[in-house]
Design a protein around this ligand. Structure first.
Ligand code: COA
Length: 181
């Protein structure tokens, strides 16, 4: 378990699969994600097996995000570091809060900060980066609050909803995280 200020991160379990299927079949949740088509339980099970192997190879660190609600901890999303590059010491961060009722309450920012602390202080990474669709203003604001800086725009790199969209590259370096942390 990794504790943030208002969230905690835990390992993913096979029993989480039905929750993920529900999340990734919600078009609002999926809108800006790589997962662009409805997802079956069988696909999610296959993804889970692949995920275990990638974690074992240390290419991926994926955790469930839990938020405290009264005396209970509720699973509200996932956060990950993927394509971990051990030589150059960077990784890509991904996050989804599958429970829309928890958006805009600071949980995403806390989960990103908690994952950055894990990346820099436990994995000894030097840089964490990500890509975010231009019009995903909520995610961009969340990443800025967590310490990410804008690096550049990839023009018309993603196609969905009948047109091309720009995406923004963002990153945070270890020394910036320490300054701000
Ligand atoms: C993106 C996501 C992780 C952010 O988590 P979150 O808990 O909702 O974010 P936070 O509450 O920490 O921060 C969101 C910020 O965006 C702001 N915001 C929300 N909608 C906005 C909009 N349309 N324009 C500008 N800012 C907006 C919020 O007010 C908040 O900023 P504030 O604290 O200064 O008021 C979450 O909403 C999510 O999982 N969305 C769906 C999947 C997704 O888009 N993942 C990211 C792919 S790159």
């Amino acid at each position: 378990m990794i504790h943030g200020e208002r969230v905690r991160l835990r390992a993913i379990e096979r029993s989480d699969i039905p929750t993920f299927v529900r999340w990734f079949n919600n078009p609002e949740v999926r809108r800006y994600l790589v997962a662009y088509a409805p997802m079956s339980t069988a696909q999610e099970e296959q993804w889970f097996e692949d995920m275990l192997q990638r974690q074992q190879r240390r290419e991926l660190f994926l955790f469930a995000i839990e938020a405290r609600v009264g005396d209970e901890w509720v699973t509200i999303g996932n956060v990950d570091l993927h394509r971990v590059n051990w030589k150059d010491r960077w990784a890509i961060l991904g996050i989804v809060l599958g429970e829309k009722a928890y958006w805009d309450q600071g949980y995403g920012t806390d989960a990103v900060r908690t994952m950055l602390r894990f990346a820099f202080e436990e994995l000894n990474l030097h840089r964490v980066e990500l890509e975010v669709i231009d019009e995903n203003a909520r995610a961009r604001r969340c990443y800025e609050k967590a310490g990410f800086r804008y690096e550049g725009t990839r023009r018309q790199v993603a196609f969905f909803e009948g047109r091309y969209h720009d995406s923004h590259m963002m990153s945070v370096l270890r020394e910036e995280f320490q300054e701000w942390g």
